[in-house]
Every structure is written in C-alpha cells, then in structure tokens.
Design a protein around this ligand. Structure first.
Ligand SMILES: *Cc1c(COP(=O)(O)O)cnc(C)c1O
Length: 360
C-alpha cells in the first residue's frame, strides 16, 4: 500500500485514520448482515440504529436540551443559505447579516434573491476580510442575525460570538463545527456542511431550536421545509446513508477516543499555535488574518513572492505535505487543521517550514 500523506485539505478534508480503517474492516459485511452499509435500506433497523446513534452523540457532544432538533439535510451548507431566509425570515421584518467573506456573501445573496429586507450590519471587506468587525448594531426587529463562525478562506474565526441583543443567532459553522464547545443558547439555528469536520460530503447537519420551526411557512416545497426533516426524523426520502454512517463513526471517535469537545479544543489550540509560531518566528512567512481574528482551523500565510510560494508548495508536496495551496481568491498558503489532522502532521509541517527557510 502507498504511504498516506499529511492532509491539510480545506474540504473535503482529512478523516480520522481509525474511522477509515473501521469503514474498510466492515465494508463488505455490516454488523453481520452479509451486506455493505451502502446496500441496506434506510428504513432497516440496522440503519436506524446508525442514524439514531449519530444524532444522540451530536446531542451529547453539544449538550443540547430538548428545545433543539438535530437534522440531516442534503445540499450541503449552500442549500442552507437559501432555506434559512425561506423558512425563518418573518413577514415585514428585516434579516441581519455580518459579512466576513466569500461564504457570508453567498448566504447574503440567497436572501436577496428572495426579496428579503437584507441589512448587512457589518462588513470587513475594506481589508480583504482579514479581520472580524466589532462595530455594529443589531436591528431589534430582525428575524435573525446570520454570521459565519469560521471563515475558511481568509482564516478568521469568531472567538466570542456576536452580541445578538435578543435576536436569534444563525451561524454557518461548516469549518469549525465540533472543534470546540459552544453555548448554543443564543442560537436559533446552526448548520455545517459535513465535509470539513464531520465526515464525507453529501449532507449538512442542522441544529434548530423548536420556536424557529413555528415560523416555517405552509406554502414552501415539502423538501425545503425544516418541519419536513423534523417530522420525518431526517428520513423523508432516502438520505445519504453512507455519509451518515461515517459521521456516526467520526462522532464516536470524537466522543470516545478524543473525549469530547473540550479536549478537542485543547488539541486544536495546540495544533494552531504550533503553526502560528512557525509563521510568526519565520522571516519569510507573513500571516494573512489579523492577530485577534485568527482561526484555529485554517491558518493562512504568504511568502515574499509568488515564485517562492510555488516552490514552497511543490517542495511541501514532495515531502508528503498536501493541500497547502490557499483559495485562489486570496493566494498564498493555507493549512487546514480540522479535528482529524494530527499533531504529528502539524509537527511535520512546522519542521518543513523551518527547513525551507533555513535552506534559502
Ligand atoms: C465549505 C464551506 C461552505 C460550502 O459548503 P457546501 O457543503 O459545499 O455547500 C459553506 N460555508 C463555509 C464556512 C464553508 O467552509
């Protein structure tokens, strides 16, 4: 077998090795059924156990009380951009958004397309989204306040969530979901595409508070209503069964091997500080995000010129360090340090960064 590489991809991204090994181990014969998990009915007791286990683990990890529902919805985080205003904008009331980059902009656009009264109460566009805005006023009348908790592309992350002033918070947590404990109380809805921290692509996890479901208009298409997913326990139609199975394994790993979100956060902080240290101590590396707004999940940095960046990236690849090219919209380098990226991978990257600089 070829050696596995150190995987810093932004998404789809690294999965925990023990999870991949368990998938391989059980792939042809799931739980003694004589069939693969990909061959069994989504209505079978075997699959029901899988989805219920995943939902229970998500509830425990996030310490959700009965006010919250956990749903699996296909269409990734991007479908949530349109479902949120469609389901949760109250008639005659504005919706508030904070614009911190590409993903916020896409969310905003979907609300505008629907003719909602979209108010962008803060933006960090003036400095290429390299920081998180602190100066804004929330409309007390707003249906909700939407923000992106971790900005995957530039590498900024809210350490303290925006002050919502009683308005329900809604957050796209695609790239830092389950990376740290959160207080869900101010949130009406949290959503995350699975392919960064949770599992394979193909599904989003949506956490929604009961009172938000009362807003869902009757005249929406069935598949686009949050109430449909709630009423059917995410089994209105065939869900992405394999993706949900892998998510269950990842959540099991998170709960039982790692030991929960506090421990996960501690590990993630350690990983991020190792790389930021290398960036800050190196002569040739320049962090992109402002210090106070830096992300634990996506570390972005530049080298003095594009030619050197190219060399850095290609030498990194030959050293088994993959996925370090930043998003084309900002250029430079990005190390995505999602939950499944090991300290060992991070140490290898730091060593490479130091050696690359020394050789110059
Ligand atoms: C990756 C990403 C998305 C897009 O997710 P899809 O599942 O591909 O729709 C949205 N928001 C954030 C913050 C992301 O990192």
């Amino acid at each position: 077998m070829e050696k596995r590489v150190h995987n810093f991809n932004a998404g789809p991204a690294a999965l925990p090795l023990p999870v991949l090994e368990e998938i391989r181990e059980n792939f042809l014969n799931f739980q003694g059924s004589g069939m693969s998990i990909t061959e069994i009915s989504h209505r079978s007791p075997l699959f029901e156990e899988v989805i219920n286990d995943a939902l229970g683990r998500a509830r425990r990890l996030l310490q959700l009380n009965d006010d919250y529902h956990v749903l699996f919805i296909q269409g990734g985080a991007s479908l949530q951009f349109c479902m949120i205003p469609m389901n949760l904008a109250l008639p005659g009331r504005p919706v508030n958004y904070i614009n911190t980059g590409v993903w916020s902009i896409k969310a905003i656009k979907e609300a505008q397309i629907q003719g909602k009264d979209v108010r962008i109460i803060a933006t960090s566009e003036d400095k290429g989204f390299s920081y998180l805005p602190t100066d804004y006023t929330v409309d007390r009348q707003a249906s909700y306040l939407h923000f992106t908790s971790n900005n995957t592309i530039v590498g900024t992350q809210w350490q303290q969530f925006p002050d919502e002033e009683g308005v329900p918070l809604i957050s796209d947590m695609s790239s830092d979901f389950m990376s740290r404990p959160i207080d869900v109380k101010p949130f009406g809805l949290i959503y995350a595409g699975a392919q960064k921290n949770l599992g394979p692509a193909g599904v989003a996890m949506v956490i929604i508070r009961e009172d938000m479901l009362e807003r869902v208009p009757d005249n929406l298409p069935t598949m686009l209503k949050y109430t449909t997913a709630r009423d059917s326990k995410s089994l209105f139609n065939t869900p992405p069964t394999f993706a949900i199975y892998v998510i269950d394994l990842v959540l099991t790993w998170l709960e039982e091997t790692i030991g929960g979100l506090e421990e996960m956060e501690r590990i993630n902080e350690e990983k991020a500080s190792l790389i930021y240290e290398a960036v800050d101590n190196g002569e040739i590396y320049q962090g992109i995000a402002e210090l106070k707004s830096r992300s634990m999940m996506n570390v972005t940095f530049r080298l003095p010129d594009e030619e050197l960046e190219q060399r850095f990236l290609s030498e990194a690849t030959s050293n088994g360090l993959h996925g370090l090219k930043a998003h084309r919209s900002i250029g430079g380098c990005r190390a995505s340090l999602y939950n499944a990226v090991t300290i060992d991978s991070v140490r290898s990257l730091v060593e490479f960064m130091n050696e690359f600089e020394e050789k110059l």
